[in-house]
Ligand binder design. Structure first.
Ligand SMILES: Cc1cc2nc3c(=O)[nH]c(=O)nc-3n(C[C@H](O)[C@H](O)[C@H](O)COP(=O)(O)OP(=O)(O)OC[C@H]3O[C@@H](n4cnc5c(N)ncnc54)[C@H](O)[C@@H]3O)c2cc1C
Length: 422
């Protein structure tokens, strides 16, 4: 049987997995097959510096062009994988010969969730996932006076902030009663709402979008459930993603909010693994399964999958972390707890430098650092060990968060600490 590795999806996860395979000394052929017509790149700049014109989408390439030859990675771009045949250990490609695999790594990520009532081809209507999407939106923004962003998650808010840099009038419309409904408790999301309002963004919360109006094939306004209409020459829909599971589903793999894998990134099918935005995995640190859509997970889970393939596998589990840049605010989020019952404010929001800590039943379960990257490591320590710290102590900025975390970690009995780390 061949030892060849085929990676489906030449995005961040696919690219990092190919790199990691060589780093762990795996020497058989590696095929990296991607549908987009560009080599792997990172997406975070697309909603930030690419939209504001501070960088080019090309600058986000994962590797220089020499990387593929030097590492003997067969990069096949502009090509869709159309079928996985687990019994024959083969994948079929559109317009090319099929590839046999010893290991198959599914890194197909996700695609934008589209509005089912709006024609995607309307001029001025944009979605944002790929470099090509970002370039098209940037061009539209250069001519835009009024923009509506549909969806108040991190992506939509970054687009709003980028548009304000050009003086575009921006309205963000969100169906949930507060911004960032899926990731942050309301008390923290309100801080981000206030930031946007200060920057002149109009927020319409708790207000589902029900229609997009157009004239002559170009958008003119967005209709909301309360019967109102918001005029716009550019509409950006940022309503989340749908994981690309169809190939895996058709191959009979288990699906459940993503491709279901174990802590070694393996599906139940021999030789087939998955990583990145598409993978639903168990996290021993959090004690539950989740599917993450983040730079950190796309990179590190892909590396974990490559190690499994290379015979050096170790269980993958990290406290989730991601960041967002909006205006002059760097926001870093540590963990996405399913439930919280209190929020502690550490620092003065007026100063633009503060951290919000989320608690559940007395334990620190999440943190959001606003221009306070230096507190992220300590927050992670508190969360990873589910440390119980009194709110007043957490709020005391005269003591470094790191010192608070270390003090409480030292007080944890050794047997409990090792159990928690496991
Ligand atoms: C605009 C934007 C900004 C972001 N900003 C941040 C941020 O600030 N911080 C953060 O933590 N995360 C951010 N993210 C999220 C992060 O970029 C993603 O989590 C990451 O890109 C996921 O990587 P992936 O490789 O798993 O999936 P993807 O990036 O979706 O890549 C999957 C690739 O597989 C290809 N593919 C799919 N099906 C097939 C097929 N059948 N055949 C061949 N190829 C296929 C797709 O075309 C795609 O190129 C951002 C995402 C976007 C879109």
């Amino acid at each position: 049987m061949t030892r060849d590795v085929v990676i489906i999806g030449a995005g961040q996860a696919g690219g990092r997995a190919a790199e990691a395979l060589r780093k762990v000394g795996f020497d058989a052929p590696v095929f990296l097959v991607g549908e987009e017509d560009r080599p792997p790149y990172e997406r975070p700049p697309l909603s930030k510096s690419v939209l504001t014109g501070k960088s080019d989408a090309g600058a986000a390439a994962l590797f220089g062009p020499e990387f593929y030859d030097e590492n003997r990675i067969e990069l096949v771009i502009g090509t869709r994988v159309t079928r996985i045949d687990p019994a024959a250990r083969k994948v079929e490609l559109a317009g090319r010969a099929a590839l046999s695999y010893g290991h198959l790594l599914i890194c197909t990520g996700g695609r934008v969730r589209e509005l089912d009532f709006a024609d995607r081809r309307l001029s001025g209507l944009h979605y944002l996932r790929t470099a090509a999407d970002a370039e098209a939106l940037r061009d539209s923004m250069a001519r835009a006076g009024r923009m509506v962003v549909v969806g108040g998650g991190f992506l939509g808010l970054e687009v709003a902030a980028s548009a304000r840099a050009f003086g575009i009038e921006v309205t963000v419309i969100e169906g949930a009663p507060h911004l960032l409904d899926r990731v942050l408790p309301p008390a923290i999301a309100e801080r981000i709402a206030a930031l946007h309002v200060r920057q002149g963004v109009t927020l319409r919360l708790g207000c589902p979008v029900v229609g997009i109006r157009a004239e002559g094939g170009a958008v003119t306004s967005v209709e909301t459930a309360d019967g109102r209409s918001v005029p716009a020459d550019v509409v950006v829909v940022a309503a989340g993603i749908v994981p690309n599971v169809e190939l895996a589903a058709d191959a009979g793999l288990q699906i459940g909010n993503g491709v279901v894998v174990d802590e070694f990134c393996r599906t139940a099918a021999p030789g087939i693994l998955a990583a990145g935005d598409v993978a639903n995995h168990p996290n021993a640190l959090l004690g539950r399964r989740l599917r993450l859509e983040s730079w950190q997970n796309a990179q590190n889970q892909a590396i974990a999958a490559a190690k499994t393939i290379g015979g050096q596998g170790a269980p993958y589990a990290e406290i989730p972390w991601f960041w967002s840049d909006q205006y002059d605010m760097n926001i870093q989020v540590v963990s996405v707890p399913p439930a919280t019952d209190a929020t502690v404010l550490r620092g003065d929001p007026e100063s633009g430098h503060f951290t919000c800590l989320s608690l559940f039943e007395g334990a620190v379960v999440g943190a959001t650092a606003f221009n306070m990257g230096k507190e992220v490591r300590a927050a992670r320590m508190l969360i990873e060990h589910r440390l119980h710290v009194a709110p007043a102590e957490l709020a005391d900025t005269s003591v470094r968060l790191r010192d608070i975390a270390e003090k409480h970690l030292a007080a944890v009995p050794a047997d409990r600490a090792s159990e928690m780390i496991r």
